[in-house]
Design a binder for this molecule. Structure first.
Ligand code: SF4
Length: 330
């Protein structure tokens, strides 16, 4: 339901027009190297709760750079392709990925709270691959037939784009499979659109027989403000495990001080900093690339200033590999 303001009018919760965002932030198209074509290739979408954390008049704001469609996305860069993790080939059947032993990944929706310009699924052929709700029953049958699977990962898009009714139905169907023990939910909603963490959703989590792990995706400490902290606190009270994964992004978090602040605010909010990902080489994202040597150096600096439990693993995902690969100094 769309929230209403005190006058009874509907309150806008998302911005889908990049020009409207520019006006709101007192910025010009030229300052931001805006590209309508890039926005056409991968739709612009940002929740108001996220936009409110962007500093007006700052073209290099790290939250703005994550979402704004720019001309550089149209450049063709060798090695940057539409499906860098070859996911279309890893499909067990539409909507069901089995990249890792013992775990099955369900693509349950193409929708997200926010469209991140570096997203490795920005070109994912959701329509062709038929991951939609209609496939769920078939995919659950397949999971039921494979006793080796103990964990299901809900992904998308962002699984919290589903209504609570659908999520509740889905989790109930999974709970009826005796060999499943854990449910993992990957979501950016609790931080970028914290109002999504409502009582119905919290009840679903609290009532589940599964051990639930929620993997958040937070790249910069400024993404966590009072509203997101309140939602995270509600999640924490349901006794689920909270982890975070970040992507190392040029101009956004590619320095040890920003990442230290991120780890500190994560731990303050009882979230374990889990992975720091190298950028997946998806077409349109090359301007976010941090070189491997720079990444290793930043990670070493971070290791020197943080206790071990606050240091995320620096990893790269490689198509066809059975796990993420650690990135070390040579
Ligand atoms: S929220 Fe996740 S799946 Fe959605 S666009 Fe961002 S990175 Fe991609």
């Amino acid at each position: 339901m769309i929230p209403r303001n005190p006058t009874g009018n509907q309150t806008k919760t998302y911005i889908t027009d990049p020009v409207e965002l520019l006006e709101r932030l007192n910025l010009t198209s030229q300052q931001m190297f805006f590209s309508a074509e890039a926005a056409q290739q991968f739709r612009f979408k940002a929740p108001i709760a996220y936009v409110d954390k962007i500093q007006a008049g700052m073209p290099d704001d790290p939250l703005l750079l994550q979402i704004f469609p720019v001309r550089q996305e149209l450049e063709s860069v060798p090695g940057y392709i539409k499906d860098p993790l070859a996911e279309a080939d890893s499909l067990f059947q539409p909507g069901l990925l089995q990249k890792y032993d013992g775990r099955a990944l369900l693509l349950v929706t193409p929708g997200c709270a926010i469209n991140c310009r570096y997203c490795f699924r920005r070109h994912y052929p959701y329509d062709d691959k038929g991951h939609m709700w209609g496939q769920i029953q078939n995919n659950i049958q397949l999971i039921k037939q494979d006793n080796s699977i103990s964990e299901v990962i809900l992904s998308g898009g962002d699984p919290l784009s589903l209504s609570d009714t659908r999520l509740g139905e889905l989790i109930a169907m999974l709970e009826s499979i005796p060999h499943l023990k854990r449910l993992r939910i990957h979501s950016r909603f609790p931080v970028v659109a914290p109002q999504r963490i409502n009582d119905d959703f919290l009840d679903i989590l609290a009532d589940s027989r599964f051990q639930i792990v929620m993997v958040l995706h937070i790249n910069h400490p400024r993404e966590i403000a009072a509203d997101s902290q309140a939602s995270i606190e509600k999640l924490r009270k349901t006794e689920i495990i909270l982890l975070n994964q970040s992507v190392l992004l040029k101009g956004i978090n590619d320095n040890a001080e920003t990442l230290k602040q991120l780890s500190e605010i994560l731990i303050e909010n009882h979230i374990i900093p889990y992975y720091l990902h190298m950028l997946d080489h998806v077409q349109g994202s090359a301007h976010f690339e941090v070189s491997e040597s720079d990444a290793v150096q930043i990670h070493q600096q971070l290791r020197a200033i943080l206790p071990g439990y606050m240091l995320p693993h620096l990893v790269r995902e490689v198509a066809g590999e059975k796990s993420k690969l650690p990135v070390y100094a040579c």
